[in-house]
Ligand binder design. Sequence first.
Ligand SMILES: *Cc1c(COP(=O)(O)O)cnc(C)c1O
Length: 367
Amino acid sequence: MSCDFKALATPGVQGLHPYLPGKPVEELERELGISDIVKLASNENPRGPGEQVRQAVSHVITDLSRYPDSNGFELKRALSQKFDIAENCITLGNGSNDVLDLLGRTFIRAGDEVIYSEYGFLVYALVTQAAEASAVVTPAKNYGHDLEAMAAAITERTRMIFVANPNNPTGTWLGEAELRAFLEKVPSHIIVVLDEAYTEYVALKDFPDGLKLLGEYPNLVVTRTFSKAYGLAAMRVGFAVANEAITDLLNRIRQPFNVNAIALAAAVAALNDEAYLTESVRLNREGMVQLEQGLAKLGLEWIPSAGNFLTVDMQQDAGPLYQALLHEGVIVRPVANYGLPNHLRISIGLPNENQRCLDALAKVLSA
Ligand SMILES: *Cc1c(COP(=O)(O)O)cnc(C)c1O
């Protein structure tokens, strides 16, 4: 006799749709039997790790039989020094995805309302659904967050609000004045999660630094990651910064060893390697220009982006184009699951990868 295990699951889990990651290179190799594949699908840093990270990792490899430091002392100290934040305001996560999940499990109850924007990062929907809360999705404005609409959507049931700056998959960003005006309107018992996964790439005037706002808004939680500009997506390290009371709660629910020893050491090394970060940001800026110029030549338009990716309007159903690009050995990201069926998200790669992508796009568009 088989059992209906789905019926046994919590209602939150029953309603979950799995996150769709970018297609791994190895999977495309297996499926199509091709090699020399370019992956521009997951907003990863195209450079590979720096020398300091490699050395730190090879050092830890000699001591794998020990549990990692549950409190991540070295990494918290390094973060505290670099960003001028107190160590007891930091929660480390297995990627920032982990801390987003911890925030949901700590604060969101069944029946609560959680506000996020149309085209907002999909993890916000997952966290909300898992908690059996109601998603209040406000319509986007020019593909970005409409903070006025988000503030207007607050009710007495609102528990949490997710804001991504810049946002993925749109690359849209919010200026300091509008973000502050929004934060002023949010009652202090509602947690505002400011997801700054791409902040290192942004060099715009009036772009806010969430860490500098924490002192003024005790209900603000800022999340950051080592997965993007720091080049450690495979390591899974992210962190949240918030007031002591929130941090204490997050650290109670956190698994004691949620960040592994290799990841901890790699993150400390990455944080200390300023040159790597600077070069990554420079390379991204150059690649962005290269991609924009090439896309313009193809007559395509894109959503202006402050991140390490461009979301491009293909002016037709992007699904077949995505498939055709796979056959050219180029993996990009369909965003139909975000409600953008005509767009493809392209991560900025190395110069030759960007060119491969542009050449493949020219080929599949003229086919
Ligand atoms: C990539 C990304 C993250 C970071 O994910 P990690 O779990 O840290 O790898 C968080 N938020 C947004 C909006 C992202 O695009």
